[in-house]
Write a protein that binds this ligand. Structure first.
Ligand code: F0G
Length: 351
């Protein structure tokens, strides 16, 4: 019997590790690529979902974090720090436990989903809520890692990008070649950078014959790349991508331009519509930020930007259980019945 060994063992020859590197893993990666029937019908394309919520801590961050914590361990670090809108901190906290390290996290007060806060807490991270947004947290985290003995594990750490590029490898390995279009949400812009790096490496080595066009989507209230300027007070219900000054901004522009793609915005309303469609019609429960990719694809299709017959992969970045408030909000209250089959059958509309 053989289980998926985690991204470092599966893609060792394409990652910056040596034989003596102490691998810290929760067997991340190897996530499902799920054919999306309803989205395929709506767009006239072959649409797949890369379901990153299936990672050990429920988001794609685990791919980068196995690398970041592994390398921090190799370099003798005893403590790591990150700024986060929630998922990075959940992942860092879990991998730090595996490595026997202290984990410090800086999050914007009141702006991270409850599930993510619960993860950081239960894994024993030292959490500071900062009176500011994610961008302020990142500035603080950089300063602390520059001046104190603590390693920064945000995606400004280049080994995070190395780990995250493996999602592109998995997609090509599964489909036999790169898709025509790859769609994903954009926040701090590390992930679009990582996918582009992965696709570019596979194409350069002839594993894939081509590279996809990269389509990125920001939330309208937090769309600095679309606007071409820093957003001072970013807002969106998709708290994971509530970021006004993305660290990998220039790399995201490079991915967009080199691939012939684009970066656009979707409103919170469009995000929530895609969120509900994914759950109720594809059977895939994601967190709101993740639905930005699908919202973007649907918007592009409505604008006539999607030629039929193409192969499209949408990354859905995080698990719906991270932020269940949006699933419950606005949904009808379940009815209460006595222990009585006739009453239950009536309520279920079976009679
Ligand atoms: N989707 C989810 C669920 C995220 O948590 C993030 C980023 C993104 C998309 C955007 O990815 O930043 O690489 O462009 N979350 C970071 C965090 C910022 O702190 O967890 P990106």
């Amino acid at each position: 019997t053989h289980q998926w060994r985690g991204i470092i063992e599966e893609y060792r020859d394409r990652l910056p590790v040596s034989d003596s590197t102490p691998v810290v893993t929760l067997r991340e990666g190897g996530t499902p690529l799920v054919p999306a029937q309803v989205l395929s019908e709506r767009t006239g394309c072959e649409v797949h979902l890369k379901v990153e919520g299936a990672n050990p801590t429920g988001s794609f961050k685990d791919r980068g974090m196995t690398m970041a914590i592994t390398r921090a361990k190799e370099e003798g670090a005893q403590a790591v720090i990150c700024a986060s809108t929630g998922n990075t901190s959940a992942s860092a906290a879990a991998y730090a436990v595996r490595a026997g390290m202290v984990c410090a996290v800086l999050v914007p007060t009141g702006k991270i989903a409850l599930g993510k806060m619960g993860q950081a807490l239960v894994h024993g991270a030292k959490i500071l809520q900062v009176d500011g947004n994610f961008d302020d947290c990142l500035t603080l985290a950089r300063g602390l890692s520059d001046n104190y003995p603590v390693a920064l594990v945000n995606s400004v750490n280049p080994v995070r990008i190395e780990g995250q590029k493996t999602a592109a490898f998995e997609i090509v390995d599964m489909l036999g070649d790169a898709p025509d279009i790859h769609v994903l949400p954009v926040g701090n812009a590390g992930n679009i950078t990582a996918y582009w790096k992965g696709y570019t490496e596979y194409a350069a080595d002839g594993v894939a014959t081509r590279k996809p066009r990269m389509w990125g989507f920001q939330a309208s209230g937090s769309a600095p790349i679309v606007r071409g300027e820093v957003v001072k007070d970013p807002s969106t219900i998709a708290t994971a991508i509530r970021i006004g000054n993305p660290a990998s901004w220039q790399y995201a522009l490079a991915a967009r331009d080199e691939s012939g793609g684009f970066i656009d915005e979707v409103t919170d309303r469009e995000i929530l519509r895609a969120y509900r469609l994914l759950a109720s019609q594809e059977g895939v429960f994601v967190e709101p930020a993740s639905a930005a990719s699908v919202a973007g694809l649907l918007k592009a299709a409505e604008q006539g930007k999607v030629d039929p017959g193409q192969r499209i992969v949408c990354t859905v970045t995080g698990n719906g259980l991270k932020d269940p408030d949006w699933a419950v909000a606005g949904a009808p209250q379940p009815v209460t019945v006595p222990v009585d089959s006739a009453a239950a059958a009536e309520r279920l509309g079976l009679v």
